[in-house]
Design a protein around this ligand. Sequence first.
Ligand SMILES: [Zn+2]
Length: 220
Amino acid sequence: MNKQKIVMSLSGGMDSCTLAALAIDKGYEVHAVSFNYGQKHSKELEAAKEFCKANAITHKVVDITSINSLLSGSTLTDGTAAPEGHYEEESMKSTVVPNRNAILGNLCIGYAASIGASEVWMGTHAGDHAIYPDCRPEFISAMDALAKFSGWNDPITVKAPFLFSDKGGIAKTGLALGVDYSKTWTCYNGREKACGKCGACQERLEAFASCNATDPLAYE
Ligand SMILES: [Zn+2]
């Protein structure tokens, strides 16, 4: 059987792992890429590897640290402490890597063209729209338009199935699909257990709470 291939960036967090599970459920052959952009810790990449192994997903880890000197300004890579407290606009702005989704998305489009994949899926969701300019619906449309020029094969389509879902909606989808969230990592800090205090942890815990579910991940 010849399954339709899709390419997606898989960080190891709950959004991208749920997206991969959704694609598998819909019968696609998933080709996942994890980008090592010099994260302060490797917990996410480890989670990505483990998740892909557990779900028989073709997985590549690509080192893009050499472009970091062009993309300063993110507390996720520059050694500054990640902001604690609720996921609110001002403090979270320091986590923005400029033009990140266009850069990583285009690498995924190139990979898709190379392996004959028909679609690139992005994990963008509604909760990110306000803070990150490259998470807005207009951005996904622009990426899709751009992907049409990626090669000589059939045009590639860029989709963001969670574009209008919030984090709670993503958790709900994933729980229904049986995603093992103990194999995903969201926390900005890379300690043994998730901190439960950073914006990413708080948002994740709220997503599970909105589904009346308990996060299987261990917290400090
Ligand atoms: Zn945390």
